[in-house]
Design a protein around this ligand. Structure first.
Ligand SMILES: [Cu+2]
Length: 218
């Protein structure tokens, strides 16, 4: 936690150090991306030193007013030179493949399962063919979990590899489209809220559900 982020208690008595966050607060509200802590700290130290140190907590009201005026002037001058830091939000790009991992074997090595897989079109079993080979597969997104920060501009490029088509929704961010094999479908949106949000194929459930994890802004 930086000086800038420290919780401040403007009314509490304390050493000069506790005053820094007090004056950072108003600046923080106006310039949320400005890291003003070090500059303000230096300004306050200079002012306190010029008044014999520890002036602010014990000074008379008129002295406090004059200190406030000096501070206000110093802050205005300092603000004129501040650089607003680049926004912490970034642009993030991911490729998401619609794929169907598959396994198979012949019945002379492993018997075809007696129990069917859970329902839904996401899991597929093909019974033994003429050569006794049987297969099992599942439709999934790859990757199935994507992590971004709140505020990021997120681009997901969905590419259809397996399966004729996938009717896909990202409800939380207003996206709905059908992904076809051999096609790419790109969506871009601002991850403006934190939480876990699904990107879901309406056909291949329960396996073809991915999670977009948006970490809250610190
Ligand atoms: Cu699908």
């Amino acid at each position: 936690m930086s000086t800038f982020d420290r919780p401040a208690s403007p009314g509490s008595p304390g050493a000069a150090g506790s005053l820094v966050p007090f004056h950072s607060i108003s600046l923080h509200k106006q310039y949320p991306d400005v890291d003003a802590g070090p500059v303000l700290s230096s300004l306050l130290q200079l002012i306190c030193m010029s008044n014999g140190g520890n002036l602010v907590p014990v000074a008379s009201r008129s002295s406090q007013r004059s200190v406030r005026h000096v501070l206000a002037a110093a802050l205005l001058a300092a603000c004129a030179t501040f650089q607003v830091a680049p926004a912490s939000a970034e642009s993030r790009f991911f490729t998401v493949l619609a794929v169907e991992p598959r396994g198979g074997v012949t019945t002379d090595r492993e018997p075809f399962p007696a129990q069917p897989l859970p329902g839904g079109s996401g899991y597929v079993t093909n019974p033994p063919n003429a050569q006794g080979r049987w297969e099992v597969s599942a439709y999934v997104w790859q990757p199935s979990q994507i992590v971004v920060n709140q505020g990021d501009e997120v681009t997901l490029e969905f590419v259809g590899i397996n399966g004729a088509e996938h009717p896909t929704t990202i409800t939380a961010f207003g996206q709905s489209f059908t992904l076809k094999r051999g096609h790419a479908h790109r969506v871009t949106f601002r991850a403006d809220r934190a939480g876990m949000f699904g990107f879901v194929c309406g056909t291949h459930q329960p396996s073809m559900t991915g999670s977009l994890v948006v970490l809250p802004k610190p």
